[in-house]
Design a protein around this ligand. Structure first.
Ligand code: TXA
Ligand code: MG
Length: 352
């Protein structure tokens, strides 16, 4: 693939839609360029959802498997008309309550969307809650297909510099709007079956969804009881740091002991060891590893979600080759955090 010049624009969060930079970025997207921009979850890599040549560039830049469909981003409800054939009652309730925000809903699709965005009968749509993202989509006057702006398989980007690390020379531009908010991606929900199913836990929690539409299930594939998923597809690592990573689950005291024990064993083997932990536990790992990162607090998981991908990337930057992490209760935003940690660990889970 040819190297292209990747432009960088610095844009303030309180930017207005008339701003010449926003107008220019909207024009570029409409004309088929591929540009990364911040959303309230993670940075997205945007392209015109009606333009197959533009969408193809997303897959090439990311090295993304072509059968993995993209989320289409809109800035106004009227845009749904040209994208979907039908909006059911529960979807309507969810949109009223959570849009703009980190909830992606699957709808029956209309034909105009590029086959490369989705070749399924459904299209995933969300309205991001970020002033820059909304201004750009409005200026572009088209729906924007956008996956997370990372190399496929790597941790998602929560800062413009993460996008730069992964995609410089491969995309037309990056809009730097500072750090994103939630730090984990949107929740993806499928309402096409008998019962609503969460396909990916994210910024909007299961409990929040249930409060609005009643019963909601989690995709059984996400709740593997075995330590290692049996289906080959589920083994595919996502959000993965370069290092081998292990997630230790169990009672807090035992988890701390076990992390210390394994860390020592790996240090003795000559490995460069990293520990991903919390402010509450950090002191108990002094001397145990080359890098101990406390990326939040156990008693307040939202900031932890914000920092999770940045923490994984820091280990990569420091060439850590073995990471140990504690685990969290799978309620509230903890469900999304644990899903990402399990994936990052590629199914390496140790129960103590
Ligand atoms: O927060 C987010 O959702 C971010 C920001 C940029 O909006 N985007 C994001 O996109 O995380 P991506 O491509 O990294 O993840 C989209 C997920 C994938 O797991 C994909 O398989 C799923 O949504 N998806 C997309 N369309 C789908 C469809 N029609 N049916 C089932 N799953 C779908
Ligand atoms: Mg992604």
């Amino acid at each position: 693939m040819l190297t292209i010049k990747t432009k960088i624009w610095h844009v303030d969060k309180d930017v207005d839609g008339q701003n010449p930079i926003i107008v220019e970025i909207g024009d570029r997207l409409r004309r088929g360029e591929v540009i990364a921009f911040p959303t309230e979850t993670v940075y997205g890599l945007g392209a015109n959802a009606f333009d197959s040549d533009a969408v193809r560039k997303i897959f090439e830049a990311k090295g993304r498997p072509s059968d993995n469909p993209l989320i289409v981003h809109i800035a106004a409800l009227e845009q749904l008309d040209e994208l979907v054939t039908h909006v059911d009652e529960k979807s309507r309730l969810l949109m009223e309550r959570f849009w703009p925000g980190p909830l992606t809903i699957l709808f029956p699709r209309k034909g105009k969307i590029s086959e490369l965005v989705t070749s399924l009968p459904t299209v995933a749509i969300r309205m991001p809650d970020h002033p820059i993202a909304l201004a750009i989509i409005k200026a572009a006057q088209i729906p924007i297909a956008a996956p997370s702006a990372n190399r496929s398989g790597k941790p998602s980007p929560t800062k413009a510099e993460h996008v730069w690390q992964d995609l410089k020379g491969k995309i037309d531009g990056i809009v730097d709007g500072g750090s994103t908010g939630y730090g984990v991606e949107s929740t993806v929900i499928d309402l096409s079956g008998d019962r609503p199913v969460v396909l990916r836990p994210g910024g909007i929690t299961l409990e929040q969804l249930q409060a609005v539409i009643g019963e909601v299930e989690i995709d059984p594939a996400l709740l593997q009881k075995e330590d290692r998923p049996k289906a080959p597809g589920m083994k595919y690592a996502h959000y993965a740091p370069d290092a081998e990573m292990w997630l230790i689950q169990g009672e807090e005291e035992k988890v701390i002991q076990e992390i210390n024990r394994i860390a020592k064993e790996k240090l003795d083997e000559g490995k460069k060891v990293g520990i991903l932990t919390t402010k509450e536990h950090k002191d108990q790992f002094q001397q145990a590893a080359h890098k101990v990162l406390a990326y939040g607090r156990r008693d307040d998981l939202a900031p932890l979600a914000q920092n999770i991908y940045d923490a994984l990337r820091q280990f990569d930057q420091e060439k850590i080759d073995f990471i140990l992490t504690e685990s969290f209760p799978e309620t509230g935003i903890g469900l999304a955090i644990m899903n990402r940690l399990k994936k990052a660990a590629g199914g390496n889970i140790l129960k103590v």
